[in-house]
Design a protein around this ligand. Structure first.
Ligand code: ATP
Length: 233
């Protein structure tokens, strides 16, 4: 059994008297310690799949298993615990607490788990050892995203889920963030999933899953993933 398995997953939203099939019979698997890129046009179902994987949303039918555990069958309380301990999220717009310093933002998240990484060391790892006491407003977009990544990984999650992590960044800064995510995957053996619109970065992934209209349209693996530094777009 793969580390992550989506099996016949369907998600239907009902609102305003109508219904939308955000996901329809979605099947895919992801290996432990791999980097996966999820591609697809707007509305294809990428965020819905990531939110289900992260315990932020429920599914209508099918099963989702992570590390041998059926997360689609969790109670609300178990789902909250799963989200807190097993999942690190990185969003497009960082979502840092503006009144806390970089270090305090990471400390806040790391307190969730006893077996967390040292917050200061984690910030040093993402290249921000010299900005520990700065507030988010004193940091560039790329630096804020580094804090957000440090915050997400400091609690040692099983999965690092990233929804358009470079969407608000310029080309060079975006490349540095992608390099950081690839390094985290390789050096810490963390399972990383990245949603993006940018098909050009596909060669950096171990696996590429392409969504279209709520379904997996294509799924492929790279035998030799490229370093982000060698990819041009
Ligand atoms: N809470 C909701 N209620 C109703 N419909 C929803 C809800 N969330 C998502 N949808 C619909 O489900 C479909 C898939 O949305 P989703 O956000 O997963 O797409 P996406 O591929 O992530 O798009 P984008 O790249 O624009 O973020 C869309 O048609 C969307 O309108």
């Amino acid at each position: 059994m793969a580390y992550i398995e989506f099996t016949h997953v369907t998600k239907e939203y009902t609102s305003g008297g109508g219904s939308v099939h955000a996901l329809e019979d979605v099947n895919f698997s992801i290996d432990k310690g791999s980097l996966t890129i999820i591609l697809g046009a707007s509305g294809a179902g990428k965020t819905t799949a990531l939110n289900i994987l992260g315990g932020m949303d429920t599914l209508t039918s099918g099963t989702v298993s992570v590390d041998g555990r059926d997360i689609s069958a969790l109670s609300r309380k178990e789902q909250t615990l799963y989200r807190r301990t097993d999942i690190g999220f990185v969003f497009q717009f960082y979502n840092l607490v503006s009144s806390l310093t970089a270090l305090e933002n990471v400390e806040l998240a790391s307190q969730i788990r006893r077996e967390h990484f040292d917050p200061q060391h984690t910030l040093e790892q993402v290249g921000l050892g010299h900005r520990l006491n700065n507030f988010p407003s004193q940091l560039s977009g790329g630096e804020q995203q580094r804090v957000a990544i440090a915050r997400a990984i400091a609690k040692r999650p099983k999965l690092l889920l990233c929804d358009e992590p470079t969407g608000a960044l310029d080309f060079e800064t975006g490349k540095q963030i992608l390099q950081l995510l690839q390094d985290i995957c390789r050096t810490q053996g963390m399972t990383v999933v990245i949603i993006t619109h940018n098909t050009a970065i596909s060669p950096m992934a171990d696996k590429v899953i392409h969504f279209r209209s709520g379904q997996v349209f294509d799924s492929s693996t790279n035998e030799h993933p490229m370093s982000i530094a060698d990819i041009e777009w």
